[in-house]
Write a protein that binds this ligand. Structure first.
Ligand code: PMT
Length: 405
C-alpha cells in the first residue's frame, strides 16, 4: 500500500509559469493513491486551465470564494477540514505575502487561514523577487508559524535570469509529501490522551472540579491525528465536539479516568496526561442532597490515584508526557513533578496569568525533559498543540533510536 493511500491532499495553485508542472504533480499524487482536490487563484488561470486540472484530479476545481453552488454549505470550511495536507504549488510571492499577512481575500488564502492541517508551500518566482527582503520576511513569518517551505531550487528561470526561485520538480514534491506522512510523523503510533477536568461528587447535585475546558487536550488529540496517529481520547466532562477520526471515551471522576486509562494503556505508544485530574475526592459521596443544617460544614477528602505516575511506573511504560499547571515557579515545580512522576517529558503552563492556561483559547508552554527544554510561545491552542506534538515525536524517536542501538 502506498504511503499516500487515502491521504487527502489539497493542491493550491497560485499564479506562476510553474503552474504547468502542477499538472504533473497532481498526476503523480493520484498515481500514489492520494485523493486530490484543487483550488486555483484567479492569477493561476492565466497559466493553466481549470479544465486541465479537473481532468487530472478527477474532481471539479474550486476557484471562487463566492461560488453559490459550494458556499451555500460553507464549502471553504468543508475543504479546510477535508484536507490532511495543503500544498500550494506554485506559491507566488504575492500569495505568500497574503498568507503571511493572515489575509483571506480569495478561496485559497481563506482555506489556509481556516485550516488546522499542515501547510506546505512550493515557492516559484523570479530570483529578484525571492531575494527581496519583503519576501524573505514573509518566508520567516510563515516558517515561524510552521508552514513548510519546500524549495525553491536554483537554476535557469523562465524570465531568462538565473538564481533561486524555481519550483521544485513534481517528483521532488511528491517525495516530500510522502515523507511528511511517514518519517518524523505519527503514522502507525497509538496515542492515548486524557483531557478536561474530573468531577468528584459530594452529593447527587454537587461536585468538586476545576476550570479545565478540555481545549488543550482536544487540540493535542487533533494534532496527533493529523500526523497520522491512532488517537484515543479519555475526556472528563467538557462541551467540546469530538474531533474527526478520534476515539473518545467520556468519564466523570478521577477513578473512572484511571480505569479507562489502565484498560487501554497496554496498547499505546505514547501517553499524554493533559487532564486536570482532581488530586482529592470527598471521602464519602452521600446519596441524598446535603441539607444546610449547620453554619459550618467540612468535607473530608481523600487522595485520588495519580494516573500519570501509575502509567509511568508500569514495567513497560509508553512514552509518557505530563502537564504541570502552576501558579508560580513553573520550571522548578514542573521539574520536580517530572522527576517524582518519572515521566519522559513535562509541559509546564502558568495558570494564574492573565492570559493562557485554563479555559482560554491561547496558552504557552515550557517543555522540559532530561537535559532539554523548549519554550513554546503564547499562541492559540491548536497551533501550540502542533508545536508540542512535533517536540514529543522528536523525543519519542530519539528515545527509541537510543534503545534500538
Ligand atoms: O483544558 P484547558 O481549559 O484547555 O486547560 C488546559 C490545562 C491548563 C488544563 C492543561 O494545559 C494542563 O495544565 N493540564 C494539567 C493540569 C493538572 O492537573 O496539572 P497538575 O500539575 O495538577 O498535574 C500534573 C500532571 O499529573 C498532569 O499531567 C495531570 O494530568 C497528572 N495527574 C494529576 C493528578 C492525578 N491524580 N493524576 C494525574 O494523572
Amino acid at each position: 500500500m502506498s504511503a499516500l493511500s487515502g491521504r487527502k491532499i489539497l493542491v493550491g495553485v497560485s499564479g506562476g509559469i510553474a503552474a504547468y508542472k502542477t499538472a504533473q504533480l497532481i498526476r503523480l499524487l493520484r498515481g500514489a493513491d492520494a485523493e486530490v482536490r484543487v483550488v486555483m487563484t484567479r492569477a493561476a488561470e492565466q497559466f493553466i486551465t481549470p479544465m486541465t486540472l479537473q481532468a487530472l484530479s478527477g474532481q471539479s476545481v474550486r476557484q471562487s470564494l463566492f461560488d453559490p453552488a459550494h458556499e451555500a454549505a460553507m464549502g471553504h470550511i468543508e475543504l479546510a477540514r477535508w484536507a490532511d495536507l495543503i500544498l500550494v504549488a506554485p506559491a507566488s510571492a504575492d500569495c505568500m505575502a497574503r498568507m503571511a499577512a493572515g489575509m483571506a481575500d480569495d478561496l485559497l488564502t481563506t482555506i489556509c487561514l481556516a485550516s488546522e492541517v499542515p501547510i506546505a508551500l512550493a515557492p516559484a518566482m523570479n530570483q529578484g523577487m525571492w531575494r527581496n527582503r519583503a519576501t524573505a520576511q514573509n518566508v520567516r513569518t510563515l516558517t515561524q508559524r510552521d508552514v513548510r517551505m519546500w524549495g525553491p531550487a536554483e537554476g535557469d528561470q523562465a524570465c531568462g535570469e538565473t538564481g533561486p526561485g524555481r519550483m521544485l520538480e513534481p517528483e521532488q514534491l511528491l517525495h516530500l509529501v510522502q515523507e511528511s506522512f511517514s518519517r518524523g510523523s505519527a503514522a502507525g503510533l497509538r496515542v492515548l490522551l486524557t483531557a478536561g477536568p474530573t468531577r468528584e461528587p459530594i452529593d447527587p447535585v454537587r461536585y468538586l472540579s476545576n476550570r479545565s475546558s478540555g481545549k488543550m487536550g482536544f487540540a493535542l488529540a487533533r494534532a496527533f491525528s493529523a500526523q497520522g496517529a491512532e488517537v484515543t481520547l479519555i475526556s472528563g466532562p467538557v462541551t467540546l465536539a469530538t474531533p474527526a477520526g478520534i476515539r473518545r471515551i467520556d468519564v466523570e471522576t478521577a477513578l473512572e479516568m484511571e480505569a479507562a486509562v489502565m484498560a487501554r494503556v497496554e496498547n499505546c505508544d505514547i501517553f499524554i496526561g493533559c487532564a486536570a485530574v482532581a488530586d482529592y475526592r470527598p471521602a464519602l459521596a452521600v446519596d441524598q442532597k446535603i441539607k444546610k443544617l449547620t453554619q459550618r460544614r467540612s468535607i473530608e477528602l481523600v487522595r485520588n490515584p495519580d494516573i500519570l505516575a501509575t502509567v509511568a511506573a508500569r514495567p513497560k511504560p509508553p512514552f509518557t508526557v505530563g502537564f504541570a499547571a502552576e501558579t508560580e515557579r513553573p520550571v522548578e515545580y514542573a521539574q520536580e513533578k517530572r522527576k517524582a512522576k518519572g515521566v519522559d517529558m513535562i509541559a509546564a503552563n502558568l495558570v494564574a496569568a492573565a492570559e493562557g492556561g485554563f479555559e482560554r483559547d491561547e496558552n504557552s508552554l515550557i517543555v522540559l525533559w532530561e537535559g532539554g527544554r523548549r519554550d513554546l510561545p503564547m499562541t492559540d491552542k491548536p497551533h501550540l498543540a502542533r508545536l508540542l506534538v512535533t517536540q514529543v515525536l522528536l523525543n519519542y524517536e530519539k528515545k527509541h533510536s537510543t534503545e534500538d542501538t
